[in-house]
Design a protein around this ligand. Sequence first.
Ligand code: ADP
Length: 178
Amino acid sequence: MEVKINGCVLRLVKDDITKRKVDAIVNAANNQLLPGGGVCGAIHRAAGDGLAKECREIGYCETGEAVITNGYNLPAKYVIHTVGPVYSGSEKDAKLLSNCYENSLKLAVKNNLNSIAFPSISTGIFGYPVEEAAKVALSTIVDFLEKHGKPSLVEMVLFSDRDFQAYKEALEEILSSN
Ligand code: ADP
C-alpha cells in the first residue's frame, strides 16, 4: 500500500527490514545500543561487527531519541537507532513513541537522506499493542511529511500479516479523518 503526502511517498510493505535498499533503515534499539534480539539482532547480524563497534563508541541513547551510524554490510547506507518505550500503559508511552519517529525523521533530513524505512518500534519485546502503536507511528509520519515535504520516501516495514493489517487500517483511518 502506498499513498502520497505533500509530494512524498508513504509506503507500507511486508518484508524483512534488513533487505531494504534505502538511505537509512531504523533500528528499534535499546538504551545501551547493544545487538540484542528481535529486529535489532537481525540488523546487527546482517550489518556485521562494524555496527556493534560503532554503537559501543556512541554508548547510550535516551528513550525517544535517535542516533545515526553507517550501514556496513546492509543494502541501506545508514542505520538510525532509536529507542522505543517499554509499554507501561501510562500516558507517556505515546509521546515517547512519537518522539522516536519524529527524531529519526529529523536526523534523516539533517543528513540529507531521501529514503528511510521503519520497523514497528516497541511492538515486539517492548510490548506496545500494535493497533495503538500504528496510530502513533503513522500520525507522526504523516504530520512530519505535511510539515516538511521530505524525506521523499518513508517506508513502514512490517514483519507479519497481522502487523501489516493493523498499519493498513490505521493509515486508512488517519487519511479519512484528514
Ligand atoms: P521492540 O523491542 O522495540 O519491541 P522488537 O525487535 O522486539 O522491538 O520488535 C519490533 C517489531 O519488529 C516487531 O513487530 C517484530 O515482529 C519486528 N521484526 C522482527 N524482525 C524484523 C525484521 N527482520 N524486519 C522487520 N521487522 C522485524
